[in-house]
Design a protein around this ligand. Structure first.
Ligand code: GCW
Length: 710
């Protein structure tokens, strides 16, 4: 870590354009060395390497001779830095950035307020349509000059536009006659860090927490800037920096000062600060006897705390709360509802325009015997009781980030309360930082799922965008994976999940394949055949993982650290933390009966989905054992019995994992050696572990099925 003092930081980090200093994208030598070897990379630059994309660079050089960025605010300084470094690196030549002169073949960057030309260029009507964070990129001819205009209503919109143009050039796309209009589909595009104050990360697989609490607020690591650049480059506009299992000390003055220093670094990048709040904070750090949401002294405490926070961080986003879940305190202690708990905080934040993000990840046993039903029951009964500045954050599936789950039935079910989605890039249950599992496809499947909340085509994406029910707040959050590892995410390919989240939060309808394509081009190479090989590996990877771990709707076949197979796991502090609770394998068959004859979870979905899921003949086979308890000889669509199908899927998954390794080996020499080797090492682990998954699961279930293992 490059620790520098606050003063140095301000001179080096923010105003470093003159010296082209933006750590992580200091221009590098892209050409192969004399031996023809591609220079090694360590992955630190993520998708912001700004490598020349090939022949098309010649065309770029013709089109881009200069850039004009007016405005001296911190965000404009960031814009200037990023453009200078990005263009220099991609084009291989210095591009002068002026503040006033507009010459032929310039990139013109600004807002109507910052640049006269933008005021005069008749873009104002169109600008109105892109809102506060959107932008236009337009190739125009004006006064005999060919110009590329990046215009937005706000500086942050301009920054997003600049990153967009840099993405186009990094991925080798034409920029000759651009007519782009973008605006984010969701308001809240937030990363959630499950980072603890002692530097560890819950479910983190890439080193320790990025936040150096012991050095803050005096010392500001350059890594905070590079983190913000990465987030802003994909449109992320907020970060919850501490674990939802929240240490109450984060709200003490000492920590708030540290948090404020981080918020100052991120402000120019449009990243707002949010904190996870412990519901018992008034007791734990405030010295009050209770944290009862209806108690006047508790209300006063939160109000004063909000005032204190906003005194330090004027654009503070709000609180994320995990309450009454997995031992976390909450309003239930005082016989109050989730709505009463959330509203307490919402009222304290409202005068400052802050919001409360209240998690729906609750599963109290007294609500229902089937864990996956509980959140729906608790929250639908409270619909309409939450303040407008509360949004409920719901995991993509009703259990817990399993390799494959049906979408959570709360999507579409809350009519009067804003709902946002929570997805997880950290791969807690999907191979952690050891397996190559691109989650873009899984999230695409989730976002395209039809809830039928208001008839067909009420997809989850539309619910999130507020198009099914008119939500005050829209958004998506992702439990993200960066830590202090040099390459941020442990596995080079885990970076793709952070990237894919940002792109999907910007536009939940971008195809996962396009996102993978962009990412490969920016992260590895623009060489066509290599791109298509890697992209296809990514596109296949999630289904491969499902095949060798939990196919056909199996779930939670793990224990311990959620990595290895543990289908025999039948002892845990609570039954719904075991594996046997879910698979219920016996000599008769396997699966959790969630039909109307069983737990009835199917009826939490709108028709016709509830009927489809309920009907063993119509239920999609990928969810079969999720919803149905099936005999081992149940006939599958393939003509095989369920047992034969399970054997086939596990074997297929294991061989596909071995193939992933081989496919990657075929790229030797066409990527830098270092990253190629590091990925290969992990693919070897993945192949070995996939074989173990298949063997151990089939051996274990074979004890019940009493049929030969195929
Ligand atoms: O999946 C579980 C994780 C916990 C996590 C919890 C949650 C932060 O195993 O580590 O706690 O979900 O989402 O609250």
């Amino acid at each position: 870590m490059d620790g520098i003092s606050r003063r140095q930081f301000i001179t080096r980090g923010l105003a470093g354009a003159a010296g082209l200093y933006v750590s992580g994208c200091v221009p590098v030598q892209w050409q192969a060395g004399p031996s023809g070897q591609i220079p090694d990379e360590d992955g630190y630059r993520l998708w912001l390497r700004y490598a020349p994309p090939g022949q098309i660079v010649k065309e770029y050089r013709q089109l881009v001779r200069q850039a004009c960025v007016q405005g001296r605010s911190p965000t404009f300084r960031v814009i200037r830095d990023e453009l200078a470094v990005g263009l220099f690196s991609i084009l291989g030549q210095q591009i002068p950035i002026s503040e006033d002169s507009i010459s032929d073949r310039s990139i013109i960057v600004g807002t109507p307020g910052s640049l006269d030309l933008i005021r005069r260029s008749n873009l104002e009507d169109e600008l109105r349509a892109v809102g506060n964070e959107g932008f236009l990129i337009r190739s125009i001819r004006l006064a005999d000059k060919d110009l590329t205009v990046i215009a937005a209503n706000t500086e942050i919109g301009v920054l997003y536009g600049v990153f967009h143009l840099l993405r186009l050039t990094q991925t080798g796309q034409r920029i000759r006659s651009l007519d782009i209009r973008e605006r984010p589909a969701l308001q809240l595009r937030l990363v959630n860090h499950w980072d603890n104050l002692n530097g560890t990360i819950e479910r983190g697989y890439a080193g320790r927490s990025l936040w150096q609490w012991q050095e803050l607020p005096e010392v500001l690591s350059q890594r905070y800037v590079d983190y913000a650049r990465a987030c802003a480059s994909i449109g992320i506009n907020g970060a919850v920096i501490n674990n939802v299992n929240a240490d109450p000390r984060i709200l003490t003055p000492t920590y708030l000062r540290k948090v404020a220093a981080l918020a100052d670094v991120w402000r120019p990048y449009g990243i707002r600060m949010y904190l996870s709040a412990n519901f018992a904070s008034p007791v734990r750090i405030g010295g009050l006897p209770v944290a009862d949401p209806l108690d006047p002294s508790v209300k006063d405490w939160w109000r004063a705390k909000a005032d204190e926070i906003y005194g330090l961080i004027p654009d503070f986003g709000g609180f994320l709360v995990k309450a009454d879940s997995e031992g976390q305190p909450g309003p239930k202690t005082y016989g109050r509802s989730h709505a009463e708990g959330a509203n307490l905080l919402a009222d304290a934040l409202a005068p400052h325009n802050g919001i409360v993000i209240w998690r729906a990840f609750v599963y109290d046993q007294d609500v229902d015997p089937d864990r996956v039903k509980r959140a729906y029951i608790e929250f639908t009964t409270l619909d309409g009781q939450f303040r407008p500045n509360v949004v409920i954050q719901v995991k993509n599936g009703p259990l817990d980030f399993q390799p494959r789950e049906p979408f959570h039935p709360l999507f579409g079910a809350m009519r009067q309360t804003s709902v946002m989605a929570e997805i997880q890039a950290t791969q807690e249950y999907t191979g952690q930082a050891k397996h190559l599992v691109y989650l873009g496809t899984m999230w695409e499947e989730f976002l395209r799922s039809d809830t039928y909340a208001k008839g067909p085509d009420s997809t989850v994406a539309k619910v999130l965008m507020g198009q099914v029910h008119p939500y005050q707040l829209t958004g998506m959050a992702c439990v993200v994976n960066p830590g202090t590892d040099t390459n941020w995410c442990g596995h080079h390919f885990s970076q793709a999940n952070w990237y894919a989240f940002g792109r999907l939060a910007w536009d939940p309808q971008i195809p996962a394949e396009r996102i993978a394509d962009e990412w490969v081009r920016m992260t590895f190479t623009n060489e066509g055949q290599v791109v298509s090989t890697i992209r296809q590996m990514m596109m296949d990877s999630h289904q491969i993982y499902v095949n060798y771990t939990m196919p056909l709707g199996l779930h939670h076949l793990i224990g311990g650290d959620h990595y290895a197979p543990m289908p025999w796991n039948d002892r845990a502090p609570r039954p719904d933390w075991t594996a046997t609770y879910y698979h219920q394998a016996s000599e008769e068959g396997i699966g959790f009966d969630r039909t109307r004859r069983g737990s009835g979870a199917v009826d939490q979905y709108f028709p016709p989905l509830c009927d489809i899921f309920d009907d063993i003949d119509r239920c999609p086979e990928e969810y079969l054992i999720w919803f149905h308890r099936c005999g081992w000889d149940h006939r599958m669509r393939s003509g095989r019995t369920l047992w034969e199908e399970l054997c086939a899927r596990y074997r297929l998954g294991a061989s596909q994992a071995a193939q992933l390794y081989k496919r990657w080996q075929g790229l030797a020499g066409r990527l830098d050696q270092r990253r190629h080797r590091e990925v290969a090492e992990r693919l070897a682990i993945q192949a070995a572990d996939a074989a173990k998954w298949a063997d151990q699961i089939l051996e274990y279930f074979g004890r019940f099925s009493n049929r030969p293992i195929g």
